[in-house]
Design a protein around this ligand. Structure first.
Ligand SMILES: [Zn+2]
Length: 201
C-alpha cells in the first residue's frame, strides 16, 4: 500500500529528521517498519517534502533522478542522522565516530548533486533530494538545533523543539499528544472497572 505522506510525517522540524523518521517504531524492533522499502516511496516523499519543508528548502522543488541509487544514499544518510542525533538527544553529547559517519554520508550524497550550488538551489528552482538531505543534516550540527533535539515521548521520532520554553515532548501534539491522552483515559477506565469488579466480588 502506498504511503500517505501527510503533514504529520513532516513533524521533525528539519528535512533530515523527517527522513530519519521514515523508520516507524524504530525503538520497537518487533514492530518497526521502513517507509522507504520501495524506491518509489523515496520519490513520493521528495514531492511531499517540497511542500511541507518549503521554508527550509527556500521553495525549491526536490527531485529524484535515479530512485534506486537515491534510496541507497538517503538510507545511509538516514541511519547516520538517526544514530548521531538520537544519541545527542539522550546524552547531550556529540559522539565523534557518529559525526564522522554522518559527514561521510553527507559527502557521498553531495557528490551526485549536479544541481547543487552555494545557494543550494539551481536556477531551475530544483534541488536533488540527496544533497538537500545532506545539507539539512549538516545544519542540525548548529548548537541551537543540537540543544533542542528531542525524542517524541509517544512514537520515538526525532524533532527539533522550537517551543519558546523548550518544553515540547511530542513530535506532533495533534497526533502523539492526543494518542497519549486517549491511552491514559482508557487506562483510567480500565482501572475503574477493576476496582468496581473487586468491589462487586
Ligand atoms: Zn510522536
Amino acid at each position: 500500500m502506498a504511503v500517505d505522506w501527510s503533514e504529520h510525517r513532516f513533524s521533525g522540524g528539519a528535512l533530515a529528521l523527517d527522513v530519519a523518521n521514515t523508520v516507524v517504531l524504530r525503538i520497537d524492533p518487533a514492530r518497526r517498519f521502513d517507509r522507504f522499502e520501495k524506491a518509489e516511496e523515496v520519490e513520493r516523499f521528495a514531492t511531499a517534502a517540497s511542500r511541507f519543508c518549503a521554508d527550509e528548502l527556500g521553495g525549491a522543488v526536490l527531485t529524484v533522478a535515479k530512485p534506486e541509487a537515491a534510496k541507497a544514499t538517503v538510507i545511509r544518510l538516514r541511519e547516520a542522522t538517526d544514530s548521531l542525533f538520537r544519541e545527542t538527544a539522550e546524552s547531550g553529547r556529540l559522539d565523534a565516530d557518529r559525526v564522522a559517519e554522518l559527514l561521510g554520508a553527507c559527502s557521498q550524497a553531495m557528490q551526485g548533486g549536479g544541481t547543487f550550488t552555494c545557494q543550494g538551489i539551481a536556477s531551475t528552482g530544483a534541488l536533488e533530494l540527496e544533497p538537500a538531505v545532506a545539507m539539512s543534516a549538516l545544519r542540525l550540527l548548529q548548537p541551537d538545533r543540537l540543544s533542542r533535539m528531542r525524542i517524541c515521548a509517544n512514537c520515538g521520532w526525532l524533532f527539533v523543539d522550537r517551543s519558546r520554553n523548550s518544553s515540547r515532548i511530542w513530535c506532533d501534539m495533534a497526533v502523539c499528544g492526543n494518542r497519549r491522552k486517549a491511552a491514559r483515559h482508557y487506562n483510567r477506565l480500565k482501572n475503574a472497572e477493576v476496582i468496581y469488579e473487586s468491589v462487586a466480588d
